[in-house]
Design a protein around this ligand. Sequence first.
Ligand SMILES: [Zn+2]
Length: 315
Amino acid sequence: MKAQQEAVFIHIPCDLCGTRDFVTLGKPKASGKIENIVPIPEDISIVRCKRCGFYYTDPMPFWRENELQDIYDATYFPEMTRWWKRVKTKVNPQRRLDTIEKHATSGISQFLEVGCGLGYGLEDAIRRGWVVCGQEVSPFFADQVITRLGIKVFVGQLAAAHYPENYFDAVYVDSVLEHLPQPMEMFREIHRVLKPDGVAYITVTNEDALINKLRSLFFKLTQPRRCPILSPLAYPVHLIGFTPDTFRLACESVGFEVKRVVVCAGTSEWRKFGIRNVGCLLLNIIYFPVYLIGEKLGKGIAIEAVIIPRKQDRK
Ligand SMILES: [Zn+2]
């Protein structure tokens, strides 16, 4: 019975350009949680497409519904520091929705948060008087939002929600695309449901970050087989990865114009979740300046972008 529920691991081509020509970078980190949920194939690796530079997992896990429930459950988010809680729940959504308003050429009425998690974008949108829709694959997260905000959340993949075409004035996608085995389907769906004069705000992890270069050097000396990027088998369960170049390529290939891309320093783990042990403290003393220098060099850990449907593609 368990066998029918297990994830399918499939060798797929690069989701961004379609080629199967890749360089193998190394093995991903594994955690007990995922290994307890599903048996992991021995040949699983992190790879980079030779043609376009997109990072992905090979073979790629396609989680089934019950596995998505187990991965994205009450234990998914570690306990947050007070500072990070405020940034994540208030400061970031407010700043990003302000940016959406600045780029909107007409008023915003219909707002969609894709992969809404615990619904902080939705909460800020409701305060602005927008009509909100939330989509989320995790029933646990969706239930939290429904209870807290009293709104409907579609539970399932975005395309399965069958939102009408040209419907939303604004779409907000915070740290979601990295979790998808084939993110281009979501890019196409966002383009389909967004109005021709709509605005989307997307955040993704930047795999071209300076910290990853440093970790790569460190792993070469200590764990030569280990890849420093992506984490398909451990928190935060990232299956694919963008750089600013591949992110732009992805947007443009489905008919978006990139209005603004910012590479941010991001936030180090200790500021998000606190210091758990001495090793964690030492690591973060090293990491913190690297994040800041990375930002100055355009190699921070987070990409934030405003995208709009390209004029000649507008329906
Ligand atoms: Zn490619």
